[in-house]
Write a protein that binds this ligand. Structure first.
Ligand code: GLY
Length: 565
């Protein structure tokens, strides 16, 4: 590749992940005599969204009402990933039926396959990750509108209004967010990127009230006019004019034609559980089913591997190699390419894929081919209401603070989701993921995602609700959280805080891991030939139902808050 992936990664991922301050985390467990009926829980990426989601449910709203309100609050209080300028996936389990609302961004009508290549056919550095050309058509408002039409019980206005107030009246800027904004701003300057991020965020000071009047006005239009308050009329015109004046691609027609889509979630048996998870255009659902199934197949009849021991990490890294080889070849927007979902999650196929894994040595990366033919940012929340309904919602503007571009006059940050397409076959995106034809750019196509909101059921009741940000590492955060909760019986807090690791085929034999793996485990893996890259990732928000007792956890390193009530 023409430009250095390492440079791009370090720019965005350091900005997205470093969180030096001590976190205030609150997780509460309900008392032992409470039962699941009547008990609710939220596990959210910040305290503002947690408090609003709780209040909506105390006011009689269900989990979907709470999710919609939280999504809009996060657009105000978690600007690095919460959004109205991006997209996401909402997995719903309501009255024993499941649904998946795909509000992923899509390529503008004027986009084309080679739009990020120069005259020599090389990828133009940074163009798909920073600045106005990196944005797909936002899907969030349409997604929330569809969720409300299908499942909402409280008035739409009541769900958007808390966000309007937080934007107009302001909120006290958390120290961590202020630090993140200033590091991001410095890096933009250091790299010479010409975006207007500072015009909107440079005034943020820790401990002081931070107001966003333009965003407040945009949210007020959404509150008062619903979906059309964003995709038509004043806001649509502001977005289209801003694009036209700055050589961007998104037009009023792009906005008017955007539709959120309800899709069938992937549902697969794993042990005594039914795993409900994300279908394409997410790659994550197929990946976690492959990963969990391969783990069981390769450990069956053997002594249980010690959590986070070298053999455990190695086995799951080997599985990951195969998972990501399939991801690169087969996965894309199902409205444009045929994704062989049932073949990819067929246990017999998965058994064949894992058959040549050795516990003693690393398989040769170059020989791992797709199987059928032979800021990093984002944010997630999990909710269960007192009726036992659940929402697992992951939303994103891609890297921390997205494209770095704020729509002038509308006050919201635009995504840089176009980088999740494959700009050129075999050339890695910012997450190091490669892709081919299935994920090439096409007008109105949705870029492949790793977002994996997931709900695990046991006997029709919600057992685990989980999800995380983190680009391709999302998939590892999600499947390891399921293993932590259900294989290792950890509490929700232990589940989200246990050190994790991630391997994705490329870069070759590199395992990314978090502090907490023992030095002995790291050394054993290095001796096997792995390069161990200590670089934390993700921000899990998980709720576990243990025999009617809810337990919720939000990662201690972040700004999250979880409540059982
Ligand atoms: N933008 C990260 C993802 O959707 O995978």
């Amino acid at each position: 590749m023409k430009y250095s992936l390492i440079v791009v990664l370090s720019f965005f991922m350091l900005s997205a992940c470093s969180a030096p301050e001590q976190v205030v985390h609150k997780a509460s467990l309900a008392t032992q005599n409470e039962v699941s009926i009547g008990q609710s829980a939220v596990a959210m990426p910040d305290a503002f969204s947690a408090d609003v989601a709780q209040q909506i449910m105390l006011d009689g709203g269900n989990a979907i009402d709470a999710a919609i309100a939280a999504q809009f609050v996060l657009a105000v209080t978690l600007p690095e990933a919460g959004n109205i300028g991006g997209g996401g996936f909402m997995l719903v389990y309501k009255d024993k039926e499941s649904d998946f609302i795909d509000y992923r961004e899509q390529a503008p009508l004027a986009a084309h396959r080679d739009m990020y290549l120069d005259a020599h056919g090389d990828v133009v550095p940074y163009q798909s990750v920073i600045g106005i050309l990196s944005s797909g058509v936002p899907g969030t408002v349409a997604g929330m509108w569809l969720a409300h039409e299908k499942y909402g019980t409280l008035p739409w206005k009541d769900l958007v209004d808390p966000a309007v107030k937080l934007a107009i009246e302001g909120f006290v800027m958390p120290q961590k967010l202020a630090g993140y904004i200033s590091r991001y701003s410095k890096r933009l300057k250091d790299k010479g990127f010409d975006v207007n991020f500072d015009d909107y965020f440079a005034s943020a000071k820790a401990g002081e009230v931070f107001k966003q009047p333009e965003l407040g006005a945009t949210l007020a239009l959404i509150r008062d006019e619903g979906r059309d308050g964003f995709y038509k009329g004043k806001t649509a015109k502001i977005i289209a004019d801003f694009m036209a004046n700055n050589k961007g691609l998104i037009t009023e027609q792009d906005l008017a034609e955007y539709e959120a889509k309800a899709r069938q979630p992937i549902s697969a048996k794993w042990r005594e559980y039914d795993v409900l998870t994300s279908p394409p255009p997410s790659s994550g659902g197929i990946a976690i089913i492959q990963w969990l199934t391969m783990y069981d197949q390769l450990t069956k009849g053997k002594d249980k591997l010690e959590h986070n021991s070298a053999p455990y990490v190695h086995l799951l890294a080997e599985a990951g190699k195969r998972v990501f080889a399939d991801r690169a070849e087969y996965l894309g927007d199902p409205d444009f390419v045929q994704v062989p979902v049932s073949e990819l999650i067929d246990p017999d196929y998965i058994a064949k894929r894992g058959a040549n894994i050795s516990m003693d040595s690393i398989s040769v990366t170059e020989l791992i081919k797709p199987g059928l033919k032979e800021s990093e940012e984002t944010t997630h929340f999990s909710i269960i209401d007192k009726w036992g309904n659940a929402v697992s919602n992951t939303t994103t503007i891609n890297l921390g603070f997205g494209s770095g571009v704020v729509v002038e006059g509308a006050g919201f940050l635009l995504n840089d989701e176009m980088d999740d397409f494959s700009a050129k076959p075999g050339v890695a995106n910012v997450f190091g993921a490669v892709g081919g034809e299935a994920n090439e750019i096409h007008p109105k196509k949705r870029m492949l995602s790793s977002m994996t909101p997931t709900i695990v059921l046991k006997d029709g009741k919600v057992s685990v609700v989980t999800g995380s940000p983190g680009g391709t590492t999302i998939i590892s955060s999600v499947y390891t959280s399921i293993l932590n909760a259900l294989e290792f019986n950890m509490s929700a807090q232990e589940t989200v805080d246990a050190p994790r690791f991630h391997h994705q085929l490329l870069p070759k034999d590199v395992i990314r891991y978090q502090d907490g793996l023992t030095p002995q485990t790291v050394k054993t893996l290095e001796d096997m030939g792995y390069t161990m890259n200590n670089n934390r990732f993700g921000d899990l928000h998980t709720i576990i139902n243990r025999d009617g007792q809810l337990d919720a956890g939000s990662e201690s390193h972040g700004r999250g808050k979880s409540i059982v009530f």
